[in-house]
Design a protein. Structure first.
Length: 167
């Protein structure tokens, strides 16, 4: 039968183990964002315009198709790549051409990027081209933001809500 000394010894060993784990759970302090900095996160998932416009099939073309495949229009599945730029205080911090996903290049283009910036006031400008045009942008938004230390500013994109959303 165990004695009182063995129970006391077990309690001491368990208390030391719990104190050891507790000390390393709280120290050293780890922060993903350094002190005095803020973080900008850009998340985008959007499908660009089709490479070729849809066209109406003529009566002769419809007649040549099997009955199960007859449809009034023919459309290419392939989409154009997106051109995106993000500037902070007039300096470009992100520029990319995002290809469409999928085997047929018919899916949405995607990106997720994080940027560390000093806390304080910033002029943030986001631009996106999702059409076949060769220059200029289809969506542009400029926002003046006061970022606090360790703040996360999320930049999302939703064409139905007007383009870029800053949260």
């Amino acid at each position: 039968m165990p004695s009182a000394w063995s129970f006391a010894g077990q309690a001491v060993v368990l208390a030391v183990a719990a104190a050891f784990v507790g000390a390393f759970a709280a120290h050293p302090v780890y922060r993903q964002v350094p002190e005095g900095d803020a973080q900008i996160k850009l998340a985008l998932q959007h499908a660009g315009a089709r490479v070729e416009d849809c066209r109406r099939l003529s009566a002769e073309e419809l007649a040549k198709l099997p009955t199960a495949e007859r449809r009034p229009n023919t459309c290419s599945r392939e989409r154009v790549p997106l051109v995106i730029e993000l500037d902070v205080d007039g300096r470009p911090i992100y520029e990319d051409v995002l290809p469409p996903t999928g085997l047929s290049r018919d899916g949405a283009s995607r990106t997720y990027q994080k940027f560390l910036v000093p806390a304080g006031p910033h002029m943030i400008e986001a631009r996106l081209r999702d059409s076949k045009r060769l220059s200029g942008f289809d969506y542009e938004k400029r926002v003046e933001a006061e970022l606090k230390p360790w703040q996360n500013l999320a930049i999302d994109f939703n064409a139905e809500k007007g383009g870029f959303l800053f949260r």
